[in-house]
Structures are given as structure tokens and as C-alpha cells.
Write a protein that binds this ligand. Structure first.
Ligand SMILES: [Zn+2]
Length: 400
């Protein structure tokens, strides 16, 4: 089966989706998790799927599933998300859903009967939200942890733990999962490649650090009598950077959030709270970097407190799917690049259920989560063609 993307239809679908967003003055698009705009986008998708004779369902947390082909048996699934960050771009998440729709459109138009069921999944709440990012896919994979605090947050978002349990899927439901996504970094552009083939999705550790000093008058307290918490924090920020740099690409680490108290020009800072984030595909290295940061802080500031805020484990992506993607690229002279995903995706949760792969397309200047997020239509077309070719190849193989 050889199909080629109808790029004009793809553009129309992006336009229709952008019309359902809150349009910001800066040109951004906002469809926050669980908002009216995300729900409208899900409704839009369900209408499209029904027009392609798909069996359409929505689970109790809001994930949309469009099934094409046999009503029973494990599926070859693909998809992404339609929620955005505030003032986000056009392509993050939406690309994977619209590409999946294009795949089903091609099959429908060409009256192809797949003997293996296909499922387009649109996960709800992928971006940062009160229930945690990748909420929909983690629900589906049964990765959420039940606690009183979490159930309270669910209720605040109009869900219950019963909804979470009812939306859970099992390993028997899927053969493969594939997610096409913009890279959200500049590796492909730098290497002048059109397709990224990730072998893993990085894990993430966030540490909440509190450093204690002593607030004092900035005019009357001599330099040698100060306990300035911000000076320690400044050294820590440099230390975090150094720890990651020394791994030569294995880890990235960032201090992106900092709160200084009392945050007044005439007072020596008495307390600093900050968040250290460390990401990498080798979890033992992430953890040991986290330990180094903790040890450094404890030695330098005896009263300091360090706690683990978020732990998201890395995942390995399917070798078989990487091979299929590479084979398609090689045959069609599409320049591709082996890499890993520094950003988390729904594919991470899905990898705990089935054989999972990802396909990346270039992001101009590496910009994402921003109105300037951009991927050329030519690159989008290549990405969608790669996704469709990989899905149909898997169909053929499963049929043999
Ligand atoms: Zn995304």
C-alpha cells in the first residue's frame, strides 16, 4: 500500500482546529487541558472520525478513540494530544492527531479493509495541568497512584477515581503505538535532517530545594557577617549546570524556578526556594546526579531541605519500529537522524502497554510551547507520509 498525504486537507484541519482555540494577541493558540476549547477540539475530532466510518468512543477521563476495522482484537494505535500550553503553537500534539486522521482518511478513500484494527487515540491533558502532564495516557496505562490528595484534585477537575479505573486499558488491547510529534528542539535542524528516530524518551527528576540564610539589613550588615541564602543558591545553580555539562550530553539539568525571600533590595536574602530539574535516558545517571546535587547542598548549607518533587522514568522505544521508520526513510531518500527525546510524551506511558515508537519532524529554531512554533508544510508532509507508511507496513506484517 502506497499513500501520499493530502497536504491541503491537512492544512484545512489545522485551520479548523485553530478556529476552536482561544486566539491570543501574540498569535498563540490556547486549548488548555479539560477546558471548553479542548472539549470542542475532541468533539471536532469525533465528528471527523465518524465521517470515516470509525467506531468512535470517549473514555470517562476524556481520551478519544477512533477505531477503524475489526471491532475486536488488539489494535495498531497511533495519536497524540489536542490540548496546548497557554499561548502555545499550532503543531505540538495537533500534528500527531491530524496525521493519524490523514492516515484513516487515506484508507477510507481507497476503501482499504485492514484485517487488523487501527486506533487513533487523542489523549486528554498531555500538557502541564492540575492532574499532572500526560494525564490521559497515564490513566490509560494505569500509571496513576491513588491517594486522598490525588482524589481531591480529580474531584476538582470533575473526575473521580472510578473514572480513572474505568478508563484503564491493558496490554491485550494494543500491538503497537506510534506518535508523530514535532521535535521541540533544534537537533534535526542543526544536522539538516527531516526525520528524527528516537530510541528513548528521557526520564525526569525534579528536586525542590530550600536554602536557609539570615535576612539582615543590606546597609548595616558587613560582608563578612552575612548569611546570604542567594549566594549559596547562585553557586548551586552553577554546580547543577556543571554536573550536567560533565556528562557530555548524557544529562541536561536546569534551575528554571527560583523564589527569593523576602525579595527586597535592602534586605540580605534570608531564604531561597528553587527547583532543580535533571533529565536523561539513563535513570541511574539521573539519580546519581540528583544525589550529587543533594550532597552538595547539604554540605554547603546544613539546614537546607531537599525533596523529590517529580520522578518520571525514562523509556526505551521499540527497535522494530525504529527499523521500520529507518527502512522507509532509506528507501525514499529521506535524511533521518538517530536521537532521543528530551521532552516527555504520551508515548512514554503507552510504552508500558505495548511496543511503542516515535517519529520527529524539525522545529524551526527549536522553538515550541510558543506562538512562533513552526514546522514547514513540506516537513509535515514528509512526517505524515512516514507515519502512514509505517502504520500500513505494520498492518501488512501483522496480516502475514
Ligand atoms: Zn506534545
Amino acid at each position: 500500500m502506497i499513500f501520499s498525504t493530502n497536504i491541503e486537507r491537512v492544512k484545512r484541519n489545522f485551520q479548523e482546529l485553530s478556529d476552536l482555540s482561544v486566539r491570543e494577541d501574540d498569535g498563540g493558540y490556547t486549548r488548555l487541558a479539560f477546558s471548553d476549547q479542548e472539549m470542542a477540539a475532541h468533539q471536532w475530532l469525533m465528528d471527523k472520525l465518524r465521517s470515516l466510518s470509525c467506531d468512535v468512543s470517549q473514555d470517562r477521563v476524556g481520551n478519544v478513540i477512533g477505531r477503524y476495522g475489526a471491532s475486536s482484537g488488539p489494535s495498531i494505535a497511533f495519536g497524540s494530544h489536542l490540548d496546548t500550553v497557554p499561548q502555545g503553537g499550532l503543531f505540538d500534539g495537533a500534528l500527531g492527531v491530524i496525521a493519524g486522521l490523514e492516515c484513516l482518511n487515506q484508507l477510507y478513500e481507497n476503501t482499504i479493509n485492514v484485517t487488523h484494527p487501527l486506533e487513533l487515540i487523542c489523549f486528554t491533558g498531555e500538557e502541564s495541568n492540575p492532574l499532572g502532564g500526560t494525564f490521559g495516557s497515564r490513566t490509560m496505562a494505569g500509571l496513576l497512584e491513588r491517594s486522598d490528595a490525588y482524589e481531591k484534585r480529580l474531584r476538582e477537575c470533575s473526575f473521580s477515581w472510578a473514572d480513572v479505573e474505568a478508563s484503564r486499558k491493558s496490554k491485550k488491547d494494543f500491538l503497537h503505538f506510534l506518535e508523530l510529534h514535532i521535535e521541540q528542539g533544534s537537533v534535526l535542524e542543526t544536522h539538516k535532517k527531516k526525520i528524527g528516530v528516537p530510541n528513548a524518551i528521557a526520564g525526569m527528576l525534579r528536586l525542590a530545594v530550600r536554602i536557609y540564610g539570615k535576612a539582615a539589613h543590606a546597609g548595616t550588615t558587613p560582608m563578612d557577617l552575612r548569611q546570604d541564602a542567594l549566594i549559596v543558591a547562585a553557586d548551586l545553580i552553577k554546580k547543577v549546570n556543571q554536573i550536567a555539562v560533565e556528562t557530555q550530553g548524557a544529562l541536561v539539568a536546569t534551575v528554571g524556578e527560583i523564589h527569593v525571600s523576602p525579595n527586597v533590595p535592602s534586605v540580605v536574602p534570608g531564604e531561597v526556594r528553587l527547583i532543580v530539574e535533571i533529565r536523561g535516558i539513563d535513570w541511574s545517571r539521573v539519580q546519581s546526579a540528583g544525589q550529587s546535587v543533594t550532597d552538595w547542598v547539604k554540605t554547603r548549607n546544613h539546614n537546607s531541605k531537599v525533596s523529590r518533587l517529580v520522578e518520571k522514568y525514562p523509556c526505551q522505544l521499540s527497535n522494530q519500529l525504529q527499523d521500520e521508520i529507518i527502512m522507509y526513510c532509506s528507501r525514499n531518500h529521506v535524511p533521518f537522524h538517530h536521537m532521543f527525546s528530551g521532552a516527555n510524551h504520551d508515548a512514554n506511558a503507552m510504552s508500558t502497554l505495548c511496543d511503542t515508537g516515535m517519529i520527529f519532524v524539525p522545529s524551526k529554531d527549536g522553538i515550541s510551547h510558543h506562538p512562533d512554533e513552526f514546522t514547514s508544510w513540506d516537513d509535515i508532509e514528509i512526517g505524515i507520509n512516514t507515519l502512514i507508511a509505517t502504520i500500513t507496513k505494520l498492518c501488512d506484517e501483522e496480516n502475514n
